[in-house]
Design a protein around this ligand. Structure first.
Ligand code: P5A
Length: 440
């Protein structure tokens, strides 16, 4: 991508409305724009990061056996009347009428709709287990939307829904998502700790929130500090192994970890004082097992091996991609801007031509840009005629992991500088060596 032809509206000044660093940096880097309270456009740079986050989420959902579909944002009120949640959900639900005066709503979640899909076609235990997910916009008319896309009214969610014949089988489905979430957040460069959590309007008794420790987090959390160094399940985790996944779940729930709603002061005080971590955190995921809460009122049942009909046991599993992007920034930035983990960086490399218009510089950078792009790298080529200082500031602000920099003097020597955004380390090398480093 040539920066001269890209759309990346950088802000020079700190936006006054932004209270936390991630919101400030997302606005300054031209990643998002607020359209109305708690409703955002994702501009091209932000969209690239969001897509990379979603690709990792999708990859790990698929690995764990979940199947992707796509459900609409607008739902009929009827389904919610069946489950009994239409009235219970309250003011957070955006209620709409269509031209025939039929009550509709902008979905805050999809338990009812997916249960309707399930009951329309699954009739036998032989089709179970089943886990269906989508990555779709949601709307919750939050009383206090704030911190940009961290808590917005319209937001994206990956929501998965599992269906099983028995409670035991449903627990295995829960454990699959539990392990998949640990892997997902790790690949996003985050350490998320599963904590016992309140189930709120979704319901059920078994539930974990996945929390990233951060001073700007909205949740108050309490946990054993050893969680910070626990091992993440590997890429070869067997998601069909009931014992294997139970062992992962047991290990990751063996020590104290709870959000403030579930906090048990006495149990926390039993943790040795030096091991207690009482902190603030950002909830990036939340998983639930709620048994037959939706399947019973909505009549979602299958025939079991005993020939009888059984209401299916369900769970639901949410991750917030549009919250994860600012959460990653909260965890990874410095005074100059964002520092993206390579896995979600909007570009792999930014190449900075310090003197666009100078023939030798232009020729050299065209060559570097072509070679890296051909090798499959996502490259941002700063070919603008901005001052070098502006270019460096922009490159640092947008947080691309690697910068390749040169002006006329370096180019005359056949050299470029390679800068690591995270450490700030700079290395001078030949143009060929720089290309080979990232192509090999
Ligand atoms: C689980 C999947 C649910 O809605 N139903 C379907 C269940 N859970 S939840 O905890 O309410 O939300 C899941 C995740 O969505 C993100 N999230 C938000 N992100 C940005 N702004 C919001 N207002 C918002 N509300 C929820 C969070 O990551 C949450 O863990």
């Amino acid at each position: 991508m040539r920066l001269s032809r890209y759309f990346m509206p950088i802000l020079k000044e700190n936006p006054k409305e932004a209270e936390i660093v991630s919101h400030r940096l997302m606005l300054r880097a031209g990643m998002i724009r607020q359209q109305s309270q708690g409703i955002y456009s994702w501009l091209p740079l932000g969209k690239r990061v969001l897509d990379k986050v979603n690709a990792i989420i999708r990859d790990e959902q698929n690995r764990a056996g979940a199947i992707e579909l796509s459900m609409p944002t607008l739902q009929s009120a009827e389904l919610w009347q069946e489950s009994g949640r239409y009235d219970a959900y309250g003011k957070e639900m955006l209620r709409i009428k269509d031209r025939q005066d039929r009550p509709m709503l902008y979905g805050p979640t999809n338990e009812e709709m997916v249960t309707d899909i399930f009951r329309s076609s699954v009739k036998s235990y032989k089709d179970l287990p089943l886990n269906l997910y989508h990555i779709q916009l949601k709307f919750r008319d939050e009383i206090r939307p704030r911190f940009g896309t961290m808590r917005s009214r319209e937001f994206m969610m990956k929501d998965a829904y599992s269906f099983d014949l028995t409670r035991e089988a449903a627990e295995h489905s829960y454990n699959k998502m539990f392990a998949a979430y640990l892997r997902t957040f790790d690949r996003l460069g985050l350490r998320a700790i599963p904590m016992r959590a309140d189930t709120g309007p979704i319901g059920g008794k078994l539930s974990h929130e996945f929390i990233i420790l951060a001073d700007t987090g909205e949740s108050e959390v309490f946990c054993h500090k050893d969680f910070v160094d626990f091992d993440i399940p590997g890429a070869h985790t067997d998601f069909d192994s009931v014992e294997g996944l139970q062992a992962i779940f047991d290990k990751w729930t063996s020590l104290y970890a709870a959000t403030s709603e579930m906090h048990d002061e006495a149990a926390f005080n039993a943790v040795p004082e030096g091991d207690r971590l009482s902190a603030r955190g950002i909830e990036v995921g939340h998983i639930f097992y709620f048994g037959t809460k939706y399947s019973e009122p909505m009549g979602a049942k299958v025939q079991g091996p005993d020939g009888k009909e059984h209401f299916v046991h369900m769970g639901s599993y949410g991750i917030g991609p549009t919250r994860l992007v600012p959460a990653i920034i909260e965890a990874s930035h410095d005074d100059n801007g964002i520092i993206w983990p390579a896995s979600v960086a909007p570009f792999d490399i930014v190449v900075i031509n310090m003197k666009a218009g100078d023939q030798a510089c232009d020729d050299t950078f065209e060559l570097i840009y072509a070679a890296l792009s051909k090798a499959g790298k996502d490259v941002l080529y700063d070919d603008t005629d901005d001052r070098a200082g502006t270019k460096f500031a922009t490159a640092d602000l947008i947080g691309v992991p690697v910068q390749i920099i040169a002006g006329p003097r370096a180019v005359a020597n056949g050299e470029v500088e390679v800068k690591d955004r995270k450490t700030g380390a700079r290395e001078t090398m030949t143009i060929e060596a720089a290309i080979n480093r990232f192509v090999a």
